[in-house]
Design a protein around this ligand. Structure first.
Ligand SMILES: [Mn+2]
Length: 326
């Protein structure tokens, strides 16, 4: 596992002209905020920068300054001097982006997922950072970059959303340090928080109502889960981004150690999101058994099978870990 320094990454970017910045499909606030912060900075250096995400910017992230810079990959593949993958634990999570890259002179991989295998010519993986946005804050500080309010706002959104608003494990002194510098650089915290947390579509409330009705508690009340079928998605008119955060309501219950969300996908697959409140129940490791990954307390996988089959297999594996703690 090669570990690049910030100086090496900066030098590689400085000598490049044509740069692609990309992040994982089904992007979250960390993926998009980090992509935009890096893109805005590289543009300020006079680079030709393309920002791609397979799924583009979903409506719930249109508050991010410069969001219109992120587009979906072009159909004709293009060559880049440098491709930067942000917040992406495995290369194929870049999805269709890779199909539109004819050649990459150099691949840079900056991420905080412990399961990241350091794909790329230069990799900077820091699992102690609760968000890729925090790593970028540290990169900019190390390189002496003065942050514009737009860059700072994107980074603050990245860190805030990935830490559950500065609550989750991994949120440390460095996180508040970074946040402090971002606010000093011009983030309007109240306005941004309103856009992030108090502007949900009504649809999402319909989904939450459904989730709370259907939630199941198992494994002596230590395991909470919810399944979303394609039929329900259609009935409620749910958009993929509406699922974000639903799982937190299950996790917040006293006694629950792990919460799991199952989302039926077309073509006989199920997307699993798992959360844990106890480091002894490592959901990254469990998801790894099913071909997924992530963080010890927040991970995911896409598993072949029907909703019922995947539910049974996966919940069995989690309950096994819960019962075998210590
Ligand atoms: Mn992240």
């Amino acid at each position: 596992m090669s570990r690049a320094t910030f100086a090496e990454i900066a030098a590689a970017l400085e000598s490049a002209q044509e740069i692609l910045v990309a992040s994982h499909l089904r992007p979250d606030g960390d993926a998009l905020g980090s992509t935009l912060a890096f893109t805005l900075w590289l543009r300020s250096l006079g680079k030709r920068v393309t920002a791609w995400n397979q799924d583009g910017v979903t409506r719930n992230f249109r508050y991010l300054p410069g969001h219109e810079l992120i587009t979906t990959p072009e159909s004709t593949p293009r060559a880049f001097d440098v491709v930067v993958a942000l917040d992406t634990s495995v290369k194929n999570r870049l999805g269709t982006v890779l199909e539109s890259v004819a050649a990459a002179g150099l691949l840079i991989n900056i991420d905080h997922h412990v399961s990241n295998e350091a794909f790329g010519d230069l990799s900077y993986i820091d699992p102690s950072a609760p968000a890729t946005g925090q790593i970028l804050c540290e990169f900019f500080q190390d390189r002496g970059v003065a942050l514009t309010p737009e860059i700072a706002t994107n980074l603050f959104a990245a860190v805030s959303t990935d830490t559950g608003s500065f609550q989750y494990s991994g949120t440390n002194a460095r996180t508040f340090d970074a946040a402090s510098r971002l606010v000093a650089a011009g983030v309007n915290v109240a306005e941004l928080s309103g856009a992030m947390y108090e502007s949900q579509p009504r649809r999402r409330l319909d989904l939450l109502r459904h989730a709370l009705n259907e939630a199941k508690f198992s494994c002596d009340g230590h395991l909470a889960s919810f399944s979303l079928s394609l039929a329900t998605v259609e009935q409620l008119g749910v958009h993929p981004e509406d699922n974000e955060g639903i799982i937190d309501h299950l996790r917040s219950v006293e006694g629950v150690v792990s919460a799991v969300f199952f989302e039926e996908l077309p073509e006989g697959r199920v997307r699993v999101s798992a959360r844990s409140k106890d480091p002894r129940v490592d959901v990254c490791e469990i998801c790894g058994q099913f071909g997924g990954g992530g963080h010890p307390l927040a991970a995911g996988a896409r598993i072949k099978g029907s909703l019922a089959e995947v539910e049974e297999k996966f919940l069995g594996a989690v309950c096994h870990e819960i019962r075998n703690r210590n």
